[in-house]
Design a protein. Structure first.
Length: 256
């Protein structure tokens, strides 16, 4: 029992460090860790992950807020649609086959991973206001879809949200990570509320995960404010490839 709790704490610590550093919720570490290492069923791991992501996102985003690396205007607008998406995803999670959602998200993640490696030319950089005015509608739709998929598979959605803010809206990468981190906190809180009301959150696992994620999230967020964009882009690429592998392996094996 003590060993299991230690695993849960380590899971939260790892997810907090990575999530805070990269502006992710940490679910891409947490769900695989809980299922593969700790042996937790995926249906149990997802609600725990979504709930712990709330703590991690607010903890990490606090560091970005202190340094002015959060676009509050976008947080207010896009977080509403992410919240609606998270609520939708958590409500339909029991009806949508997990393998279908995983394969769909795999396609999106792979596209995002390769898109993020593109180097934006100086002449292509437009003012932030022009970008958000031109692409805000499509970004709200993407935020809703991201929120829905994130709640279904137990991730924060930062692997999709950060590239949206960086590539489409045109925010600097550090600001995109800080903005994403705060948005994920609000949206995941909505999803975790639904899971809680449905009695799907395992309270034996959650405390250890939350303890670890509080410690990791603060330090990860601090490191994220000092990260060099090139290093972040490379880490993002590696993490998204790993996520695509974790999401698609079992569904593909079932199909084959």
């Amino acid at each position: 029992m003590m060993f299991d709790q230690l695993l849960y704490v380590l899971c939260g610590l790892s997810a907090g460090l990575l999530g805070g550093y990269l502006g992710l919720g940490g679910g891409i570490v947490m769900v695989p860790f809980l299922t593969v290492i700790a042996g937790v069923d995926i249906k149990v791991a997802v609600p725990v992950s979504v709930t712990a992501i709330v703590v991690n996102s607010f903890s990490a985003s606090n560091e970005y807020l202190k340094k002015g690396m959060v676009d509050l205007e976008l947080v207010i607008i896009l977080a509403v649609f992410m919240v609606l998406g998270n609520i939708t995803g958590s409500l339909v999670s029991g009806y949508v086959p997990a393998q279908h959602t995983s394969l769909l998200l795999t396609v999106i993640v792979l596209y995002t991973a390769f898109s993020l490696l593109k180097t934006r030319k100086v002449t292509e950089k437009m003012s932030f206001k022009d970008n958000r005015t031109k692409y805000l509608l499509i970004c709200t739709l993407l935020a809703y879809v991201t929120g829905t998929l994130a709640a279904l598979v137990g991730i924060g959605g930062g692997v999709i949200l950060v590239p949206i803010l960086y590539l489409i809206i045109g925010l600097p990468l550090t600001t995109a990570r800080g903005t994403s981190s705060l948005m994920i906190g609000f949206s995941s809180a909505a999803a975790s509320t639904v899971y809680f009301l449905n009695g799907q959150i395992d309270t034996n696992i959650l405390p250890g995960v939350v303890l670890g994620i509080i410690l990791g999230g603060k330090f990860g967020g601090y490191l994220g404010t000092m990260a060099k964009p090139l290093i972040v882009k490379i880490l993002f690429f590696i993490i998204m490839l790993y996520l695509a592998y974790r999401l698609s392996y079992e569904p593909l094996m079932e199909l084959l």
